[in-house]
Design a protein around this ligand. Structure first.
Ligand SMILES: *Cc1c(COP(=O)(O)O)cnc(C)c1O
Length: 224
């Protein structure tokens, strides 16, 4: 448990050192990727000032949301591959869905988000490495999906999420440049777009270099 505290302090310091602009630093968000982590570990992270958590598996996420529902400061992100038959549960339980990759998912999330809750924050996941086996909408089709998402009253279109591939331990900078361009295009077109969810434990520095303002961190927080 002490490791989590140490890890978070190291992570925060690293991020502070990467920003010269203090207003940008204030807007920057860390989402702890808490798949397979216990409620106790999540509580430890909360004590260290982390309030946003990303879950990959719907039922595992909902179990944790229920156990921690007394803490209304927590913001829950769904960051896993989303099957259409699970969209209702995501719409009813999460604050964000970062993995919209097709129209059907957008339509169902919108349908199942109840009016008692604010619109669910959503990101379009872009398949930046253009691999057939990777999740996300292709670079060719993201604009069309953005039009659909932005027209849904129960969805708040916040931006994009991407997971660039590391090839033989080398970072592919062109993928990051492409993502940055796509984010800028959408930001100029849609007023609600303000979030670029890019960067995991291995590429925090590169992601921030290319304008990421939200990272999803698992290993660097929860592993020793
Ligand atoms: C697990 C996961 C992360 C975190 O990756 P780490 O390498 O553990 O930091 C980020 N994004 C998604 C979608 C994940 O599934």
């Amino acid at each position: 448990m002490n490791n989590i505290k140490n890890n978070i302090n190291i992570l925060k310091e690293k991020i502070q050192n990467l920003f010269t602009n203090k207003t940008e630093l204030k807007k920057f968000k860390i989402v702890a990727a808490s798949k397979n982590q216990s409620v106790e570990k999540i509580q430890m992270a909360i004590l260290c000032g982390i309030y946003e958590f990303g879950e990959n598996y719907v039922q595992e996420g909902i179990n944790k949301i229920k156990k921690l529902k007394k803490n209304n400061k927590i913001i829950w992100h769904f960051i896993g591959k989303l099957q259409s038959r699970k969209t209702k549960l995501v719409a009813q339980n999460f604050d964000w869905c970062q993995t919209i990759d097709r129209e059907k998912i957008a339509i169902l999330l919108n349908k199942y988000r109840t009016n008692q809750k604010p619109p669910i924050n959503v990101l379009i996941q872009v398949n930046i490495s253009e691999e057939t086996n990777k999740n996300g909408v292709s670079i060719k089709n993201y604009q069309k999906l953005a039009i659909t998402v932005s027209n849904m009253p129960n969805l708040k279109f916040r931006g994009i999420m991407a997971m660039p591939k590391k090839e033989q331990k080398r970072i592919k900078y062109c993928d990051y440049q492409n993502i940055k361009n796509i984010f800028n295009i959408l930001k100029n077109k849609y007023k609600s777009v303000d979030t670029l969810s890019l960067g995991t434990s291995f590429d925090i520095k590169t992601a921030i270099m290319y304008n990421s303002n939200m990272i999803r961190i698992g290993k660097s927080i929860f592993n020793n």
